[in-house]
Design a protein around this ligand. Structure first.
Ligand SMILES: Nc1ncnc2c1ncn2[C@@H]1O[C@H](COP(=O)(O)OP(=O)(O)OP(=O)(O)O)[C@@H](O)[C@H]1O
Length: 386
């Protein structure tokens, strides 16, 4: 696959007070954000306005208010030029069942203006890249959900865009399929230099894939930060030890010894209520070098093997959980629902590692943390939080 033109050191997407109002609902509400090159996650519950933002950025629907530019092109007047340079993977199933992946992707390449030979070559390259080369002549109707998602990704990449919009590409995939798709998405940028805007209702799944995360709720910006800012190092150390004949439960032996030494130890992931503790992991509050020394000596005195001792990172969801906990006095939510990775559907929350499903019927929404918008609105005020 021929690498795309890399977009370096430019703002890939800029929106300024962008709004979209339908008769009964405001889908986007004065959204102001800058997005640079790389892989950016756009996270929000169902109905948060993610698909609407993509449609506006592609110039497929007019904004009610405000402005936006993609690759320096105005969405209001240069939609055609934007769509030449941008690939789009829609959320919903939109594939013809009776044609093969090759026929479909060649057709999409021709629609994008590629000559017949180039269209066939690019199709073969792109299908190989997404892992569909062997099955490329089979009708799409017989494909699994994961294969269909790959066809949708291939057609978004076939015309060698500078940027792709991927709307919920992991929808309907099992955990293995999700991981594979997220790996593919990461490689779209690292191998081909194509910047990515990928939407998801799962906060957690994007932290491994994205350089930057934008969180929206009710059409408003909640937060826009580098992923590292969300997942900065915490003061706690994750410690894992082996069991021995003398201490069949090494973790418990270490916990008891540390407690006797007056060290704060927990088996639950700090700051994440409702998250199941990982087996054989202790979290120790680190107060300085002496904590490392004490841990090493205690493990040695007990005769245990030290498997790992590492400073742990916040998970993105914890940023929202801890804020919510502090707003409700440190306890759980008044409705009894704890935050999870999933900012939307309870069925997916149940499948997210360590997540507890919300069963209120209403979508669980992230609380607004102290907003650190990537770019403050021009009036200098903080963007509205829902
Ligand atoms: N054409 C439309 N007419 C009226 N309302 C719409 C239209 N498109 C979207 N909406 C409404 O705008 C809001 C935002 O929808 P949008 O599809 O952008 O959300 P989303 O974050 O992409 O969620 P999902 O993942 O469920 O699609 C929703 O309340 C939706 O019902």
């Amino acid at each position: 696959m021929v690498p795309a033109t890399t977009v370096d050191d430019v703002t890939v997407i800029v929106t300024e007070s962008l709004s979209k109002r339908y008769p009964r609902v405001t889908a986007l509400d004065r959204l102001t954000v800058d997005i640079g090159p790389g892989v950016t996650g756009l996270v929000g519950a169902n109905g948060a306005g993610k698909s609407t933002l993509i449609k506006l950025l592609l110039g497929l629907a007019p904004a009610s208010e405000g402005s936006a530019a993609v690759l320096g092109l105005d969405v209001a007047t240069e939609g055609g030029a934007i769509r030449e340079r941008v690939g789009y993977m829609p959320e919903h199933d939109c594939l013809p069942p009776d044609v093969s992946a090759t026929e479909f992707v060649v057709h999409m390449a021709r629609m994008s203006g590629l000559p017949p030979t180039a269209a066939r070559e690019r199709t073969a390259d792109t299908l190989r890249h997404v892992g569909l080369y062997e099955e490329r002549y089979r009708p799409i109707g017989g494909y699994s959900t994961g294969m269909k998602q790959r066809v949708k990704l291939a057609q978004a990449l076939v015309h060698d865009p500078q940027l792709v919009f991927l709307d919920e590409p992991t929808n309907g995939l099992d955990p293995v399929g999700r991981d594979e798709m997220l790996g593919l998405i990461r490689r779209v940028y690292t191998e081909f230099g194509i910047s990515v805007l990928v939407t998801s209702h799962l906060l957690g799944e994007l932290e491994r894939t994205c350089d930057h995360v934008v969180v929206i709720d009710g059409g408003k910006l909640l937060r826009s930060s580098a992923t590292d800012d969300f997942t900065q190092l915490t003061a706690s150390l994750a410690v894992e030890v082996t069991d021995t004949d003398e201490h069949p439960d090494g973790t418990e032996a270490l916990r008891a010894a540390l407690a006797r030494a007056g060290v704060a130890v927990t088996t639950a992931v700090p700051g994440s209520q409702g998250t199941a503790p990982a087996a054989h992991l202790l979290y120790v509050e680190a107060t300085g070098e002496e904590t490392y020394d004490l841990l090493r000596d205690t493990v040695a005195d007990l005769g245990l093997g030290l498997v790992r001792m590492e400073q742990r990172r916040h998970r993105i969801s914890e940023v929202f959980q801890s804020d919510e906990a502090s707003r409700s006095g440190g306890g759980s939510r008044s409705d009894g629902v704890s935050r999870s990775d999933d900012v939307s559907r309870s069925d997916d929350a149940a499948s997210a590692p360590g997540a507890r499903a919300a069963h209120t019927g209403a979508p669980a929404r992230p609380a607004a943390p102290a907003t650190t918008a990537h770019r403050a609105p021009k009036d200098g005020g903080a963007p509205d939080a829902a």
